[in-house]
Write a protein that binds this ligand. Structure first.
Ligand code: SF4
Length: 232
């Protein structure tokens, strides 16, 4: 059979047109999602959360670039995605009994004068009341949670392997929470993230009211805006 060069040209042209249409579609999708995300962040109203997650999986780079053009900083977008993840996990998280759930607090939340000693399960709080952990841990444990104060992710992995919780709440700085949620997703755990109000390695802060509300399932809709008020 004779080869027809014009057919090949037509095929290449068609492929080029299809590629252009797909790229244009992804760009439009990215633009629409970037506008919706900017709207959600600025107004505190989260619209179409599942669409955001699907869109981020498809065109995260495009959305991040367009959000940047719309004045949304990378940090704001990451915080938004963590809150979105919490929102989508909330019902599943609430359906799991507290005895099957663990809370991981970073050791940087404690006072610089903390008398607690490190054990394989993390730090054991002495309830000296020099930090918010001592003032809140009994309330969280009273709900049935196992609460661990840990120096890092190595402890979390070991404790998860040993205790096999079905769901966890992880508290930490933005990147710790982001990476912790990704790890928990890979391990098949239902994870909720709470971002600390102040970064750093010593005497950081968390909004304890938000954390207790999340743990008790009393606050169905975590707000889109970042936490700003210390509950200490
Ligand atoms: S309340 Fe607990 S965690 Fe906080 S400083 Fe005292 S012993 Fe350490």
């Amino acid at each position: 059979m004779a080869f027809d060069p014009s057919s090949l040209d037509q095929l290449i042209l068609l492929l080029g047109q299809v590629t252009l249409v797909i790229l244009a579609g992804l760009l439009v999708l990215g633009l629409v999602l970037a506008i919706l995300i900017a709207f959600s962040i600025r107004t505190g109203r989260m619209v179409f959360p599942r669409l955001f997650l699907a869109g981020m999986a498809l065109v995260e780079g495009v959305i991040r670039a367009l959000c940047g053009l719309l004045g949304i900083e990378d940090r704001e977008l990451t915080e938004f995605m963590i809150r979105l993840h919490n929102r989508l996990n909330q019902a599943k998280f609430d359906s799991i009994p507290a005895k099957n759930k663990a809370i991981f607090l970073p050791q940087c939340l404690r006072s610089a004068k903390c008398p607690a000693h490190l054990t394989p399960e993390g730090l054991i709080c002495q309830r000296c009341m020099q930090c918010g952990i001592g003032r809140s841990i009994d309330q969280l444990e009273g709900q049935g949670y196992r609460v661990h104060i840990v120096p890092g992710s190595t402890f979390i992995k070991r404790i998860v392997r040993a205790e096999k919780p079905k769901a966890i709440i992880g508290v930490g700085c933005l990147m710790e929470v982001k990476e912790g949620i990704m790890l928990a997703d890979r391990l098949g755990l239902v994870a909720m993230g709470v971002i600390t109000l102040k970064d750093g390695c010593i005497e950081t802060l968390v909004n304890w009211t938000d954390l207790i509300d999340l743990a008790s399932g009393g606050k169905e809709d975590l707000e889109v805006r970042p936490s700003v008020s210390a509950a200490e």
